[in-house]
Ligand binder design. Sequence first.
Ligand SMILES: [Zn+2]
Length: 343
Amino acid sequence: MKAFYAEEQKRHDPKAFLSSGAQKPNPEKPERVERLLAGARAAGCTIERPRDHGPGPVAAVHTPEYLDFLEHIFVRWQRIEGASAEVIPNIHPIARGGSYPASAVGQAGYHMADTACPISSETWQSALWSAWSAVEAAEAVMSGAPAAYALCRPPGHHAFADVAGGFCFINNSAVAAQTLRKNVARVAILDVDLHHGNGTQGIFYARPDVLTVSLHADPVRFYPFFWGHADERGEGAGLGYNFNLPLARKSGDAAFLDALDVAFQRIRAFAPEALVVALGLDAFEGDPFGGLSVTTPGFSRIGEAIAGLGLPTVIVQEGGYLCDELGDNLTAFLTGFGGGKKR
Ligand SMILES: [Zn+2]
């Protein structure tokens, strides 16, 4: 399987974030890339650099004012006397029906959901190349590859059309799905990250052409709190095209695979012509977030099961944080997927 990644994706290096009010080192570290590259290579992937795809594929899922914000906010932030080295919001609108703020501080609050996505001088380029890796993988599949892997870092599934959050800036899985839509009428996104793919859900919430399905730790006491509950089913023309499967905390392989079977029923009923897998590896039992208890062999079985859908598949990296097994878990998923047979 081809894998896509550009060196620029490693430059974004966020320093800190707030967790339950406490300042902690930001876990979305550049070193994740090294582990994931090693994991992809061990699964037999060849790593290729994506092309520069320009602004189009990203503009297809994000608003112009948000993209302008992401590209320019760091320079504007530096002009504020006494401002932090990285852009971190400290005020948010309680609802978004008011005026769009002109100030850098106001816009940071408007476009950033939380403190986990600090913006530095390198963030825009890293996020853009991460998205282009997703575009390149989607184009490989559109050209006939049965599957391709995009080593997307920074990750993307918490980014809405105009809001960053949870280490994410550009929604790479959404960009991949929208790119696939050029060739096919219906695309399903299956998100297996520990956390609910709230940004992806938000982007496609009113659309019937992209089915969004997410398995994740129950958000009742877990990030992203406000989204990911089973009663969120879509709206307007998209009603019935969003499907959430919250899992009890510490659920292991058996519960995860059972939920996956339920997800597959919904995906098959949608009859998609292509699939995007939002591949978080943070459901792992040894991940620093510790929300679920999937094992390394479990990731292999998950990959094998997803391959059983028999769909052209773009695998987009989402979460999964530093632990000894991070690379092994990717190898397990990709190897399992490669060995999976259509059922
Ligand atoms: Zn996650």
